[in-house]
Design a protein around this ligand. Sequence first.
Ligand SMILES: [Zn+2]
Length: 99
Amino acid sequence: MGTQQIRNGKGHRAYRRKQAALKRRTARENLPCGWGSDYGCGELIDTTLPHTDPMSFTADHPTALANGGHLVKQDLSPFHRRCNSMKGDVAPVEIWAAT
Ligand SMILES: [Zn+2]
């Protein structure tokens, strides 16, 4: 079963709810970006930015779906869109496993 199938399935609605809840919490509690200062960010996220903005809010899975992470049962972390994509592109999985 591919990621696309999961995204379109029942679990995706639960995921969207969880994502929306995290976004509200990020705004309320001023949660910093999960891409920490060690990686060059850790800044606050403006949740009012449009989703096309590189600094807009995204909810990140600690374990990428492609690496077998569960869509819904994980705790999500707030990330800038920019940082989420940098993490995906640059960080090898080993970095996270080693901490
Ligand atoms: Zn960031």
